[in-house]
Write a protein that binds this ligand. Structure first.
Ligand SMILES: [Zn+2]
Length: 275
């Protein structure tokens, strides 16, 4: 199995109410970091898992109907926090990013796609089919802002289909070994968004990027559900609970794996502080 290097970064954040993220808790405001993974593969080079926010978000939400997105979600991102600039600081040019794995098509995950002209995109066929022709209000209902997509997206994209795959992880279900070397395994985490995927990364410590299958550690560790009102924005509440249960089981079966919900402040700060 090939080992890769992994680092969790964040490109901005938005604010959310804790009572919305954890049912029955106080309504205090919490920070929802827009994290993304930076993977260094010995053969395939620099790879991102999601891309966080960029200041482009402010541009593309100036007009209706997307103005409503910005109204519902207060976003904070500065130039130096954007993935492209964070990588530049590490001496990595945007052209060197070879792949971007897209967990799902919400704005906090695809905000930086346009900044990486050489990247091939990897996402699930179900996720892409769900948004590909959506515009205006129909797109907004999916949390999708078409203007964030590179024009040549389709030509640069590899769509993953789990249908005829047989490789499985006990309790988690089917996985796709994208480079066939055990370095990055992709799994299905439907519910929050149609066709959402997660990734198990074979780094020094094993990492499981679960995207928005849980927002906080508390969600999957104690099966503490979000408030009922979030159902309105989810693709399927039933699938969401199923995915959350599978992540919960995985966390019990593999306690040494670092599980990373994309927006969990506690997980993000803990990783930052142990670097
Ligand atoms: Zn999302």
């Amino acid at each position: 199995m090939t080992k890769v290097k992994f680092k969790l970064e964040s490109a901005g954040y938005c604010e959310a109410k804790q009572s919305y993220v954890l049912k029955g808790t106080s309504g205090k405001t919490i920070k929802f970091y827009a994290t993304y993974g930076h993977i260094e593969h010995p053969i395939y080079g620099h790879i991102l898992f999601d891309s966080g926010y960029t200041r482009r978000f402010y541009e593309v939400t100036k007009k209706l109907p997307f103005k409503l997105y910005a109204k519902l979600t207060k976003v904070f991102v500065t130039e130096k926090e954007e993935a492209i600039n964070m990588l530049k600081k590490k001496g990595i040019d945007s052209h060197e990013i070879k792949y971007i794995i897209i967990s799902h098509f919400h704005a906090d995950h695809i905000g930086g796609l346009k900044d990486f002209p050489n990247a091939k995109f990897i996402c699930s066929e179900d996720a892409y089919n769900d948004i590909r022709n959506k515009k205006g209000v129909l797109a907004l209902k999916k949390g999708f802002i078409p203007a964030l997509m590179p024009k040549d997206f389709q030509a640069r994209t590899q769509l993953l289909c789990f249908k005829n795959k047989t490789k499985k992880i006990e309790g988690l279900g089917k996985v796709i070994d994208i480079f066939e070397d055990g370095s990055i395994l992709i799994c299905q985490l439907d519910g929050h968004a149609k066709g959402q995927i997660g990734a198990i990364i074979n780094a020094e410590k094993k990492i499981f990027l679960i995207s928005d299958a849980a927002w906080l550690k508390e969600n999957y560790a104690n099966l503490h559900l979000p408030s009922h009102s979030v159902r309105l924005f989810f693709d399927s509440w039933r699938d969401f609970k199923n995915s959350l249960n599978r992540v919960h089981k995985y966390s019990k079966a593999y306690p040494e794996t670092v599980i990373i919900p994309c927006h969990c402040e506690q997980t993000y700060l803990k990783l930052k502080n142990t670097e």
